[in-house]
Design a protein around this ligand. Structure first.
Ligand SMILES: [Zn+2]
Ligand SMILES: [Zn+2]
Length: 294
């Protein structure tokens, strides 16, 4: 393995996560009502479906559709309020993960050949760093002033929203709308990532890749399409993650509606054009006796 790489304790991300989680665990039962829970779910859809999945993942990282700079920025601003953290760290670690998972050998951090507990520690408390960044061939999002601003001050925007909501509607509403939603989002994102690399349906096999994603229907449904992760490994440039009719992909439906309104165009779907050249159709489940290549 490359000696230029290392796992480092990520104090800011870990502190941020517990800053959200601990007050939630301590006070959620005194704070939750049906009304604030429904508003929190609406914010969850706006920030995770539109912000994270559509804006950041399918848009900025994979460029699976075209949109105006204004609409892109609105979606990225929604991502900031998901509370998932620094937008540039996210794009960086996504490109590093993609690079390594498609190599025959992969550092353990991205390899998923470890327990859920270890993954919890690594994913939520450390980050993977590499002095040799050239090989990842990442786009230079840091040169965009809006993205740079979000990367630098995104968490302050979240804290400012907490202050404003607390001042206007009280701490109970603030707790349910922000720290509770954010800690659930961070935990949910980690859990979906772990599960969709370790067990579930594997419909495509990427030749020469050390890690294959898996599809999990229920996780795909509640993560707005992100849980159809084997499809995503096979069709990385596709804006559509749920391919079969029963694979409900709320992120794709949102994009489809945006296209109908003229907000996005050139939506890429799961076709021959977006199929990774090294992907072959297979049949199988992980773990088990392995996949049968068709
Ligand atoms: Zn991706
Ligand atoms: Zn993956």
């Amino acid at each position: 393995m490359k000696t230029s790489s290392a796992y480092r304790f990520d104090l800011l991300s870990a502190a941020w996560f517990y800053l959200m989680l601990i007050p939630t665990l301590a006070f959620i039962w005194q704070a939750v009502t049906l009304n604030n829970l429904l508003v929190s779910l609406l914010l969850f859809w706006l920030t995770v479906c539109l912000g994270h999945s559509v804006g950041l993942h399918r848009g900025l990282i994979h460029r699976s559709y075209t949109t105006s700079r204004l609409f892109r920025n609105i979606l990225l601003y929604l991502f900031v309020h998901s509370g998932l953290g620094n937008i540039l760290s996210w794009t960086r670690s996504h490109h590093m993960r993609d690079y390594w998972q498609n190599q025959p050998e992969c550092p353990p951090w991205f390899g998923y050949d470890h327990s859920m507990l270890r993954d919890y520690w690594w994913n939520l408390h450390t980050r993977y760093t590499d002095a040799d960044m050239e090989k990842y061939r990442m786009p230079d999002h840091g040169s965009d002033p809006f993205i740079r601003h979000l990367a630098r001050y995104g968490r302050l925007h979240v804290l400012a929203a907490c202050g404003l909501i607390g001042y206007l509607w009280g701490w109970q509403t603030m707790l349910v709308l922000y720290p509770a939603r954010i800690s659930a989002t961070i935990l949910g994102h980690w859990f979906v990532g772990y599960m969709t690399h370790t067990r579930g349906e594997k419909r495509y096999h990427i030749r020469g890749a050390s890690v294959q994603g898996t599809n999990q229907w229920l996780l795909g449904l509640i993560s707005f399409g992100e849980g159809y992760h084997n499809n995503h490994h096979a069709f990385p440039a596709s804006a559509r993650m749920g391919i079969r009719l029963y694979e409900i992909d709320l992120g794709w439906y949102a994009l489809w509606s945006f296209r109908a309104c003229g907000l996005v165009r050139d939506l890429k779907s799961a076709t021959e054009e977006t199929l990774k050249p090294s992907a072959v159709k297979c049949e199988g489940f992980i773990p088990g006796s392995g996949s049968r290549i068709l």
